[in-house]
Ligand binder design. Structure first.
Ligand code: PLP
Length: 311
């Protein structure tokens, strides 16, 4: 069959008719984008992020890597990484991203969304494991402190573990460290996790990492960063926002997306090998989902190489 031209089009429900009662006009998307742009304090970062991602996704070396892998191996691995979807390409990409972010290990997930939910379900599972799979009492659950403007994937992951009585969520005001300090000091639960976006893409501001690190030293919580917009883009070597702030060692787990700065597709959880083992055996959205197709992984590998060479 003839290949249709790959134009960018807006997804719509099939057969939807436009009528006078339609809630949004066809320009709704555009108006909304203009409104958001006006709201953003620092539009430039996001625009730069998009531009670098776009440049890498259409870079000749990245295209070539995808074509070569597709020709040699075909498209799909057709199964979860744990069963049949893991290759030397996946391993190479995991190793280079772990090295880039100065961590022991990295787990490649189907998307950034699934990386965040896998991490949350794995964290929640700790309290169930410790309670010998019974419903853990409230004080033995995981206390998750989440910024009010965190991404939907983090929020959904937290809601999931809350529903399963594995965690209790505390939402602190956006980037408000005195509110977070107050919530942490008044929480008697032992296992505490703080999770935040590193760069809030809709508002254009950074999480106050130096203050978060100070609070981490004070309370000893696990610090989780969603660095979806930082990977390959920020920091001298592309190690992301922890590298930009020089606090890689103070971040316990870093989640990323390979669709932004890397310009491809996929998600990552960068951490110690022990955390990786937990997530890969308890993170349901990782375990029960098909691994990234080889051409995509090959293109990620090429994008990392290009960014190293041309930085
Ligand atoms: C902060 C953040 N986390 C996670 C994601 C999800 O990443 P992906 O698109 O790879 O599923 C996004 C996507 O917009 C994001 O902005």
């Amino acid at each position: 069959p003839q290949t249709p031209p790959a134009r960018r089009v807006r997804p719509t429900a099939a057969g939807r008719k436009k009528g006078p009662n339609q809630r949004f006009s066809s320009s709704w998307g555009r108006d909304w984008a203009v409104f958001l742009c006006r709201r953003r304090k620092n539009r430039l970062r996001r625009l730069v992020g998009g531009a670098v991602g776009d440049a890498l996704s259409s870079h000749p070396a990245v295209r070539e890597a995808a074509v070569k892998a597709a020709q040699e191996y075909g498209m799909g691995l057709r199964g979860s990484s744990l069963i049949c979807g893991y290759t030397t390409y996946h391993k190479l990409v995991e190793e280079s991203l772990a090295e880039l972010q100065k961590k022991e290990d990295c787990l490649l997930c189907p998307t950034g969304f699934s990386a965040n939910t896998a991490l949350m379900t794995a964290l929640g599972s700790i309290s169930s494991l410790l309670a010998a799979r019974r419903k853990p009492p409230r004080d033995q659950r995981i206390a998750i402190f989440s910024d009010a403007l965190n991404h939907a994937s983090t929020i959904d992951g937290i809601r999931l573990v809350e529903r399963q009585h594995q965690a209790v969520a505390f939402v602190y005001k956006h980037c408000d460290m005195s509110h977070l300090d107050f919530l942490l000091s008044s929480c008697s639960m032992k296992k505490k996790v703080v999770v935040t976006y590193s760069l809030f893409s809709m508002d254009g501001d950074f999480a106050p990492l130096p203050q978060l690190v100070k609070l981490r030293n004070k309370y000893g919580f696990l610090l989780v960063l969603d660095d979806a917009h930082g990977t390959l883009l920020c920091g001298e070597n592309g190690g992301g926002i922890p590298e930009l702030f020089g606090c890689e060692d103070d971040i316990d787990i870093c989640v990323g997306s390979l669709s932004k700065g890397v310009g491809c597709q996929g998600g990552i959880v960068v951490s110690s090998t022990r955390w990786k083992r937990l997530i890969l055996s308890r993170g349901r959205s990782f375990i029960f989902s098909t691994a990234l197709p080889l051409p995509v992984v090959a293109s990620v590998h090429a994008a990392i190489h290009v960014s190293k060479k041309e930085r």
